[in-house]
Design a protein around this ligand. Structure first.
Ligand code: IPE
Ligand code: IPE
Ligand code: MG
Length: 251
C-alpha cells in the first residue's frame, strides 16, 4: 500500500501551514552557498503546492521570510528577495493554469518596491484560482501581526466606530492578516527545530503540530503524506472529552 493510499481523502486538513526550515544546512552539507539551498527550496514549493492541491488541501500557508530574517547578512536577504521575484516570474503562468491563487501575509511594505509590485501583479493575475490558495508569509511575524490588529482596533475605538467591548475573538481575527482564511489544521516544521519562531501564534491555537528532521529541500510528496497520515491518527478534542468527540462523530 502506497503512502497516498493510506490517506483518508474525506479527512484532509483544509489548511496546512509549513515552516520551511533547513535550506542553509542542506546547502552547507553539500558545500554549496546558502542561497542555493533557498533555490532548491523554491522547487520544493512548486512541487508541494501541486501535491497539496491534488490531495484536496484548500490552503497552504508557507513561512518564507520572517520579520527576524531581516537581520540576516544583507547578501542573503538580497538573494532571497531576488528569489521571490524569480519565483513569481517563473511560476505565475503555471499557477494560473493550475488554479493556484496567491495570497501574501506580512509587512510587505518593508520589501523592495519591485518585489511588492511583482507580488501584487501575481495576486491579481491568479485571483480566479479555485484549486488551492498559496498563502506566502513574507516579512511576517505573529507579534507584528497581533500588534497591528490591536492598533487598528484601538484606532476604531478612539474614532468611535466600535466600543472596546465589541472586541471579541471574531472581530480580533477579522483584523489579522489571515482574516480571509480558516485557521490551519496542521502545522509542519521541517529542519528538526522544535519551535514556532513567531509564526501564526493566534491562528495555530488548535492546530496539530508535526515536526520532521528532513530539510525543506528534501521534503517531497511522501513527506507530506506522512504528515497527513500522522495528522489523521490524532483525535482533535478542542477541549472536550474523547467520549464527547466520538458521539459527535456518530451524530
Ligand atoms: C529556511 O531555511 C528559509 C528561511 C528562513 C528563509 P534556513 O535558511 O533557516 O536554513 P537553516 O535553518 O539555516 O538550515
Ligand atoms: C523560521 O526559520 C522562518 C522561516 C522558515 C521563514 P528560521 O530559520 O528563521 O527560524 P529560527 O531562527 O531557527 O527560529
Ligand atoms: Mg533556519
Amino acid at each position: 500500500m502506497s503512502l497516498v493510499e493510506k490517506i483518508d481523502l474525506q479527512r484532509i486538513p483544509r489548511h496546512i501551514a509549513i515552516i520551511m526550515d533547513g535550506n542553509g544546512r542542506w546547502a552547507k552539507e553539500r558545500n554549496l552557498d546558502r542561497s542555493q539551498g533557498h533555490r532548491k527550496g523554491l522547487d520544493v514549493v512548486h512541487e508541494i503546492t501541486n501535491d497539496a492541491a491534488d490531495l484536496g488541501v484548500e490552503c497552504l500557508t508557507l513561512y518564507a521570510f520572517s520579520t527576524e530574517n531581516w537581520n540576516r547578512p544583507q547578501a542573503e536577504v538580497d538573494a532571497l528577495m531576488a528569489l521571490v521575484v524569480y519565483g513569481i516570474e517563473r511560476e505565475t503562468p503555471g499557477m494560473i493554469e493550475n488554479g493556484v491563487r496567491l495570497s501574501v501575509i506580512g509587512d510587505t511594505s518593508r520589501m523592495p518596491i519591485e518585489v511588492q509590485k511583482r507580488l501584487q501583479k501575481c495576486i491579481e493575475d491568479t485571483a480566479g484560482g479555485k484549486r488551492i490558495t498559496l498563502n506566502l508569509a513574507l516579512s511576517y511575524s505573529a507579534r507584528w501581526e497581533i500588534i497591528n490588529a490591536a492598533q487598528q482596533l484601538a484606532q476604531k475605538a478612539a474614532d468611535g466606530i466600535i466600543k472596546p467591548q465589541d472586541i471579541n475573538e471574531e472581530t480580533f481575527a477579522a483584523h489579522l492578516t489571515t482574516a480571509h482564511l480558516s485557521d490551519p489544521d496542521l502545522l509542519i516544521r521541517t529542519g528538526g527545530e522544535l519551535r514556532i519562531s513567531n509564526f501564526l501564534l493566534w491562528q495555530l491555537s488548535y492546530a496539530e503540530f508535526y515536526f520532521t528532521n528532513e530539510y525543506w529541500p528534501d521534503f517531497n510528496k511522501e513527506s507530506l503524506c506522512r504528515a497527513i497520515i500522522e495528522y489523521q491518527s490524532r483525535e482533535r478534542r478542542f477541549g472536550k472529552t474523547s467520549e464527547q468527540v466520538k458521539t459527535n462523530d456518530k451524530a
